[in-house]
Design a binder for this molecule. Structure first.
Ligand code: UD1
Length: 384
């Protein structure tokens, strides 16, 4: 029997985390030949994830450059992948989410008339520039895709509104929850010893990440100033800020928070360390999308340092709150959660709007269905 050739393509850390469980599931399937191609839009941050999940890519385009531009990434992905597609001729290319690798990879496959499967499809803010360029990347990838793997009912509805054929949309849950089943451990001992020295029991540890393009400049400055005031006004609070390697972000954060007491600036950690840090923290402050999905699973309140989110499910469920980047607003919302135990407890319920750990399995089953190797679609994921 001829196997279905499935090429998984990704390049940044968050894509890798969310594609890794899917690669593992594809590898398990006897009627699928799984090929992994990484663009390495991120280098170190990608390699950490590949190592953790023991994935050795068949192709590595190694495109990352210091201070790369969006045009540079797009053209290097397009050019780099052409030969790989010509050589392998996959039946379908799977891309994930909303990065420039995602869009350029989908476009390259389309140019070769190869089917495109979009994992984490249908997230929208409906604001072209927020987040930039991700909102446009996911819309454009949606336009290129033949199979749409939506994590939730809400993301499926967004696609239906855009006129996508319902037959091609599959609600699977988010694969990040699959990844967390492998990474989160009780009594975890960190590899980074600075984390083992932190007193998670007696201090309120706030985990922070912030690096989005639309927050560069004024946004990051406001966030840093607010964080400084929060930690100075609350002696029982310590901050662990995982600082992205992007030099535009890194330089600014170090300037504002480099020498502040009870602020720990750490380089990006690998996924297992990050998930376990989150699990031990009191709360999360972030402009990341992925953390908004991961934290509710662990029952950790999240203050989102953005004005809009493409992940309304956890906001509706009450574990995630949109705060924006206004300094006063950040301080006020953080102080409420730090000082008011009732408010804290209201937000710290573990919920699972984003998945049950079986998203990758559903995606593989739906690929088999699409290529006539299985009679029925996988049953849609239903939020509990
Ligand atoms: C990218 C994605 C964003 C995603 C984010 C996750 C785009 C346009 N942006 O943003 O959607 O949320 O990844 O982290 O696709 N760098 C390193 N080593 C690394 C990674 C980055 O040195 O391992 C530095 C390089 O100088 C690089 C810069 O960071 O030029 C920016 O990387 P880039 O992928 O362009 O943008 P991100 O801000 O990481």
């Amino acid at each position: 029997m001829e196997k279905i050739k499935v090429m998984t393509l990704f390049g940044t850390r968050p894509e890798a985390v969310k594609m890794a469980p899917l690669v593992k599931e594809l590898e398990k399937c006897e009627v699928i030949e799984s090929i992994v191609c990484v663009t390495a839009q991120h280098r170190e941050m990608l390699d950490q994830v590949l190592e953790l999940f023991k994935i050795s890519p068949n192709y590595d385009l190694n495109i990352m450059k210091e201070k790369q531009t969006l045009t540079g990434i797009t053209t290097r992905v397009l050019e780099g992948i052409e030969d790989v597609l010509d050589k392998e001729k996959p039946d379908i290319v799977l891309v994930h989410g909303d990065t420039t690798t995602t869009f350029a990879g989908g476009l390259a496959a389309f140019y070769k008339q190869i089917k495109v499967g979009h994992v984490e499809a249908g997230l929208r803010t409906f604001d072209k520039y927020f987040p930039f360029p991700e909102e446009m990347n996911r819309k454009l990838t949606g336009a290129l895709a033949d199979m749409h793997f939506s994590p939730t009912t809400a993301s499926k509805s967004n696609l239906l509104r855009e006129g996508v054929d319902e037959e091609t949309i599959f609600i699977t849950g988010n694969t990040v929850i699959d990844a967390m089943e492998h990474t989160v451990e009780e009594n975890y001992v960190f590899e980074n010893n600075r984390l083992n020295e932190i007193n998670f029991e007696d201090k309120k540890i706030i985990m922070v990440t912030a690096h989005r393009r639309e927050n560069w400049g004024e946004g990051i400055k406001n966030i840093c100033e607010a964080l400084k005031e929060i930690v100075e006004d609350n002696k029982d609070v310590e901050l662990v800020y995982l600082v992205h390697l992007n030099p535009i972000v890194k330089d600014m954060v170090e300037e504002y928070l480099g020498n502040v007491e009870r602020v720990h600036l750490l380089p990006p950690l690998d996924t297992k360390e990050t998930h376990n840090l989150m699990n031990r923290s009191y709360m999360i402050m972030t402009d990341s999308g992925g953390l908004q999905e991961e934290a509710p699973h662990l029952g950790k309140p999240v203050l989102v340092l953005r004005d809009v989110t493409e992940r309304p499910e956890a906001v509706e469920a009450g574990t995630v709150k949109l705060v924006g980047t206004n300094k006063k607003a950040i301080i006020s919302e953080a102080n409420t959660l730090i000082r008011n135990i009732n408010e804290y407890e209201k937000m710290s319920r573990a919920i699972n709007p984003y998945g049950d750990g079986n998203a990758s399995k559903r995606i593989v089953e739906n690929i088999l269905y699409y290529f006539n190797m299985r009679e029925n679609k996988a049953e849609d994921y239903k939020c509990e």
